[in-house]
Design a protein. Structure first.
Length: 76
C-alpha cells in the first residue's frame, strides 16, 4: 500500500458561529468529508460535533488532533 504523504492544508470552518482554522493533511480532509457525507451532515456540523466531544474531555487535545483520532476511532 502506498501512503499519500502530503503537508497539512489549512481550511476555515465556522463552529457555533465562530470561524476557526484547521490544518489537516489531505487524506484526513478526504476522510472527514466522506464521514460527513455518510452522516448526512455538513462538514461544519460534523466538526462541531467532534469539537463538542473534545472540549468535554478533562484535558482536551487540539481540534486537529481530535479530528484525526475521531476518524481513526470511527473506522472500528
Amino acid at each position: 500500500m502506498t501512503v499519500p504523504y502530503a503537508s497539512p492544508v489549512k481550511r476555515s470552518i465556522t463552529i457555533a458561529g465562530h470561524p476557526t482554522s484547521i490544518s489537516l493533511e489531505p487524506v484526513f480532509w478526504s476522510a472527514l468529508e466522506e464521514a460527513a457525507r455518510d452522516a448526512e451532515l455538513p462538514l461544519s456540523a460534523l466538526v462541531a460535533r467532534i469539537d463538542a466531544e473534545r472540549i468535554a474531555l478533562p484535558e482536551p487535545p487540539n481540534l486537529a488532533s481530535a479530528i484525526r483520532v475521531w476518524l481513526f476511532a470511527s473506522k472500528d
